[in-house]
Write a protein that binds this ligand. Structure first.
Ligand code: F0G
Length: 352
């Protein structure tokens, strides 16, 4: 399908008017890829689909919300936007601010932002401030900053972000011809699960679907405040995108879980990396580690027989694998060079 600005595709369901300047990079309309699925899914006739959000313009789902947040900020006269970020929000804010011709200020946890995200943010020309603290501290600072100075906050506590991100539910239902039985995604600051559920709720209210999926949210074990029931002071996980100890949309994530009859659970870094490898090596989908938490969790559900036979399950794959070359480098060993000779290459390729 021809990509159109997300705001144009869903204009009648978004808070925009003719006066809203559309700041777009032709986000959304991402593919819903049917997966072969691991044996545990195939045996039970469970069909998995990947909503491949890494194919958005800045290679993560953040662009869906950022087009709206930046468009509204420009409509309201903002000269600058600001965000705290584990990396993807900053890359997206930087790109849309560049497009709009305004400034972007991003506050990042030093040492914990994947290289691809830093590169994007820098090259788009954002002002990066790295703090000696984690995402939760960065968000606190940015909130205070945007209260004191004339800068628009574009974290997911900005309601326009969630309005844009809810469109993922619309696209899934259009592509499947109805709702899936389960919709799984990683949970960090919990904006995305809130937005997904908002989208499905609107579809229900408008009578476009008669049933909504059960929402399955997955946190990393070392950064699982919602699962534990209390904030985590020092969150740790290989999935740096969701290395968050005190999610801003905590309560709304619980509402999404409870209203949909779903669950929010934790998966280990080993499970995340196993799912990450599986997606790349068996399905041809290279995602960043956080994105693989959705499959890691669903895999658990499959193994414990909690996904009924014949179910349709959508996984939101939130960000592209090229965002995080560092993890790939650590996890996959590059072989030593061999002489530039056919024999040597054939031997190394295992053809002899
Ligand atoms: N997956 C990826 C790749 C992310 O970048 C994020 C969040 C999430 C999942 C979780 O989404 O926070 O709405 O629950 N990244 C934010 C950022 C925090 O700053 O880029 P969430």
């Amino acid at each position: 399908m021809l990509r159109r600005p997300l705001i144009e595709r869903y204009r009648d369901r978004l808070p925009v008017t003719e006066k809203t300047p559309v700041v777009s990079l032709l986000e959304g309309s991402t593919p819903l890829v049917p997966l072969k699925g691991p044996p545990e899914a195939r045996e039970r006739g469970v069909q998995l689909f990947a909503k491949y959000e890494g194919l958005n313009p800045t290679a993560s789902f953040k662009d869906r919300g950022m087009t709206l947040a930046v468009s509204k900020a420009v409509e309201e006269g903002a000269q600058a936007v600001a965000a705290a970020s584990t990396g993807n929000t900053s890359a997206s804010a930087a790109a849309y601010a560049a497009r709009a011709g305004i400034k972007a200020i991003v506050v990042l946890p030093a040492g914990y932002v994947a290289l691809g995200k830093l590169a994007q943010t820098l090259v788009h020309g954002a002002r990066i401030i790295q703090i000696e603290g984690n995402f939760d501290a960065a968000l606190g600072i940015v909130r205070a900053l945007t209260e004191r100075y004339p800068v628009a906050l574009v974290n997911s506590i900005n309601p326009y972000r969630l309005e844009g991100q809810k469109t993922i539910a619309f696209e899934v239902v259009e592509d499947l011809g109805g709702p899936p039985d389960f919709h799984a995604l990683p949970v960090g600051n919990a904006g995305n699960i809130t937005a997904h559920w908002k989208g499905y709720r609107e579809l229900l209210a408008e009578g476009r679907v008669t049933q909504a999926p059960r929402m399955l949210g997955f946190q990393a074990e070392g950064a699982a405040p919602i699962v534990k029931g209390h904030p985590v002071e020092k969150p740790e996980t290989v999935a740096t995108a969701i290395r968050i100890g005190n999610p801003a949309s905590w309560k709304r994530a619980l509402a999404a879980r409870d209203e949909s009859g779903g669950a929010i659970e934790a998966v280990s870094d080993d499970e995340i990396l196993a799912a990450w490898r599986y997606l790349a090596s068996e399905e041809g989908l290279f995602v960043e580690p956080a994105s693989a938490a959705s499959l890691a969790g669903v895999w658990r559900w499959l193994k414990s027989g909690r996904i009924p036979e014949g179910s349709r399950v959508v996984l939101t794959l939130t960000g592209h694998g090229l965002k995080d070359p560092g993890t790939a480098e650590r996890e996959v060993k590059l072989p030593e060079p061999v002489p530039a000779e056919v024999e040597a290459v054939a031997a190394a390729a295992g053809l002899l």
